[in-house]
Design a protein around this ligand. Structure first.
Ligand code: PA5
Length: 320
């Protein structure tokens, strides 16, 4: 798995040439829904953030079995599932199609690609054989491409975007340092709203690759509730704060506050020229850090037994 993360740049290069199959039925939509779970779902958060300030239409993320009641023929539903068989995503897609929505798909296969082919929906099929979370750049680029066919411009220069994945040595060195910092702790990842996909990604990677519990807090909401919990923590020594840097006074406030409390804090400054490149480079660090942590903790990064158990439980059950 470590090698997959180290090869993210090379793996991403092939996706640049991918074509979108199928064509949009309409490009005239008034709302955008992004749907996907786990390692695929994080692409939704990343796209949401990239479009947050520039989008003229409302965007909603769905990580559930069903779309919101307002989905109709004026809605574009962009679905992402690496396996193409995740029940939450499939149900949301089928129900959205029934509500008349325009649907597009990013996946490596499964039922989702079957539906896309049957109905001629715009779709990109990414390479099989990776774990969903390790396919993050491929899924991200494929989603940017499919949205582009609808005139949704998430990021202009994909070569520039994946360029941050070539900083392998510095990314690996930061990740080593972070893995020692976070070992034997309950990490709390704190970011502002700009970087929430990266904070969430870090937590998810710690959960899945390192088999660790972790918590995410987003500023400014953090400063309106969670901050008070830090006044009397049960065991402050077990907490390690990972703050994602942004040039923002509220981040400085958080760092100083944690310092005053004596919380061991690491400030991560992702590399890149803009928000999306920084989120991608930070995600690269998250992937490597958590695989190094898996080795330090003597667990298998690839294995996610509890997710398998949950997916098995869902089989043959009707969820409405
Ligand atoms: O990273 C993982 O393996 C998981 O978080 C999966 O992404 C999640 O279970 C959803 O599966 P898929 O990405 O195939 O839709």
């Amino acid at each position: 798995m470590e090698n997959t993360y180290l090869n993210w740049y090379e793996l991403s290069l092939s996706v640049l040439n991918y074509e979108v199959s199928g064509s949009p039925r309409t490009k005239d939509f008034e709302r955008l829904v992004l749907t996907g779970m786990g390692g695929s779902g994080i692409v939704c958060d990343t796209i949401y953030t990239a479009l947050y300030r520039k989008s003229k239409i409302p965007i909603t993320i769905v990580k559930d079995f069903q779309p919101p009641g307002w989905v109709n023929s004026n809605t574009l539903v962009c679905s992402i599932s690496y396996s193409g068989n995740t029940l939450e995503t499939l149900n949301t897609v089928i129900k959205s199609l029934n509500l008349g929505a325009e649907v597009c798909v990013v996946s490596s296969g499964g039922k989702l690609v079957e539906i896309a082919k049957e109905r001629g929906l715009p779709h990109v099929v990414v390479d099989k054989g990776l774990l969903p979370r390790a396919a993050f750049p491929q899924l991200l680029i494929a989603t940017i491409k499919v949205l582009n066919t609808y005139g949704v411009n998430v990021y202009e220069d994909l070569n520039k975007l994946i360029g941050v994945l070539t900083f392998k040595d510095v990314t690996a060195a930061t990740s080593r340092e972070l893995s020692y910092f976070l070992k034997d702790s309950i990490p709390v990842i704190i970011s502002n709203f700009n970087y929430y996909p990266l904070a969430l990604r870090f937590k998810d990677e710690l959960n899945e690759n390192s088999k660790m519990m972790a918590k995410v807090e987003i500023i400014p909401e953090w400063a309106h509730n969670d901050i008070v919990g830090w006044e009397r923590p049960v065991n402050i020594d077990i907490i390690r704060a990972l703050v994602i840097w942004d040039d923002d006074p509220t981040i400085e406030f958080a760092i100083n506050y944690l310092k005053e409390l004596g919380v061991k804090t690491y400030v991560l400054k992702p590399l890149g020229d803009d928000l999306l490149t920084k989120i991608l480079q930070g995600s690269h660090i998250a992937g490597l850090t958590t695989t190094y942590l898996a080795t330090l903790r003597n667990v298998r990064a690839e294995e996610t037994l509890s997710i398998d158990k949950y997916k098995k439980f869902l089989q043959n059950r009707t969820v409405s």
